[in-house]
Design a protein around this ligand. Structure first.
Ligand SMILES: [Mg+2]
Length: 407
């Protein structure tokens, strides 16, 4: 079989619930629901359900109260992202043994472009089967894989025979593979679009693919019609993209009115630091150097840097550095812009980042807050009060002080 491009989509089955069953053997074979916010059960939703619970109609995003009524004997557990991140990083490490071209989509999903590995490791379907077996043997987790010439078709394929599914769509057979499937199988085709298409008498992806494009454009508009029609035939040229490590990460805020209170400036700076820290942790990175940017009402701009003895990614350490740089630089005049950045970015030691048991309390809290921000955006809680100051090694102080002139 010829593969002009070979993409594997690997998707862990009932991931959060499986991790819980793995570390609590008494839960294996039982209905497990992961979800809730811990404190406010009434507002909680299901994040994941084991297959034993799904049999009763429980599914993710369902209100927890409803899930409990459907499956009263289920064990309900709080979300523990630290544990899931650790399991996820182990699975992705196995995926990277097949190719460096791995694009994580979420903790339990990734695309692999294995085109370049075929000469060494054999056909992509063999790589996918091997990966699924290693995930089972090494991580003790179930995964489903789809193999196809594009991300789109590989994703539809992996979803088709869960759990422990393995669906291979050979090159040239994409449209025929999708044709009998219902519209909602196509990623990105939401309930609203489905209703619209149903109004045209369309129920399957094959019917959508065969529908005259001109008529579809009149109904849905040029862009949506073209895109849907192509995707229904399995056409998707999007590449597998490996997240790149940036040279620096920064966050700054220009105030609507100049700010004069130290406590308020500290508060804004801590928020910037938390955003920077979150981006570092999301990429699995640490940084060596912290930079403060400070602009006064008259547009004079100052920047101060400090270097840590070892790379850092924790909110407390980042905020601490930013506040110390600020206190050392601020003249007491009104501030127009304040920002915090880091550079000298390196890959964080995996153990430090992901080892739940060994991770300091601060790291675990950072990950908890990250998870909440991923779910709730700006409404999520942030760290409160000033972090305790510790001894830092400020080796590169005041490397630059310049006036840039614009925002
Ligand atoms: Mg999954």
């Amino acid at each position: 079989m010829q593969w002009p491009r070979a993409v594997i989509h690997v998707d862990l089955d009932a991931f959060y619930a499986s991790v819980e069953q793995l570390r609590r053997p008494e839960l294996r074979g039982r209905a497990v629901i992961v979800g809730g916010g811990g404190d406010d059960e009434r507002r909680g939703v299901v994040s994941a359900a084991s297959y034993e619970a799904r049999k009763f109609g429980v599914h993710s995003a369902m209100p927890l109260g409803r899930a409990r009524r459907l499956c009263p004997h289920a064990v309900v557990l709080p979300v523990d992202f630290t544990a899931y991140r650790k399991a996820s990083s182990e699975v992705f490490a196995l995926a990277r043994q097949l190719t460096p071209q791995v694009e994580p989509v979420s903790l339990d999903e990734a695309y692999l472009d294995v085109t370049g590995s075929i000469a060494w490791l054999g056909p992509p379907e063999q790589m996918a089967t091997g990966l699924r077996d290693r995930i089972a043997n090494v991580c003790h987790l179930d995964a489903s894989c789809g193999v196809a010439t594009s991300k789109l078709v590989a994703k539809v394929a992996s979803d088709l025979r869960k759990p422990r599914g393995m669906v291979v769509v050979p090159a040239g057979e994409e449209a025929a593979f999708l044709a009998p499937l219902p519209l909602r199988r196509l990623p990105g085709l939401g309930p609203a679009a489905e209703r619209q298409l149903a109004g045209l008498g369309l129920a399957t992806l094959g019917a959508l693919a065969a529908y005259p494009i001109a008529a579809l454009r009149r109904r849905l508009g040029e862009h949506a019609a073209t895109s849907l029609s192509e995707r229904a035939r399995g056409i998707d040229r999007s590449p597998v993209t490996v997240p790149e490590r940036p040279k620096s990460v920064s966050r700054e805020e220009t105030f609507v009115t100049d700010v004069l209170q130290r406590s308020e400036l500290h508060r804004r700076l801590r928020a910037c630091s938390a955003d920077v820290g979150r981006q570092l942790r999301r990429g699995g990175w640490s940084a060596r150097t912290a930079t403060l940017k400070l602009r006064y009402a008259d547009f004079t701009t100052h920047s101060r840097q400090a270097t840590w003895p070892t790379p850092q990614h924790g909110d407390t350490v980042l905020a601490e550095a930013a506040l110390r740089l600020f206190d050392g630089a601020w003249s007491g005049e009104p501030v127009r812009l304040l920002g915090m950045g880091v550079s000298g970015i390196v890959d964080a030691a995996q153990l430090d980042l992901f080892d739940a048991a060994g991770a300091p309390r601060d790291t675990r809290l950072d990950h908890t807050l990250d998870a909440l921000r991923e779910r709730f955006g700006k409404a999520a809680p942030r760290r409160g009060g000033a972090p305790a100051l510790r001894d830092l090694d400020f080796r590169g102080e005041d490397l630059r002080a310049d006036g840039e002139g614009d925002d």
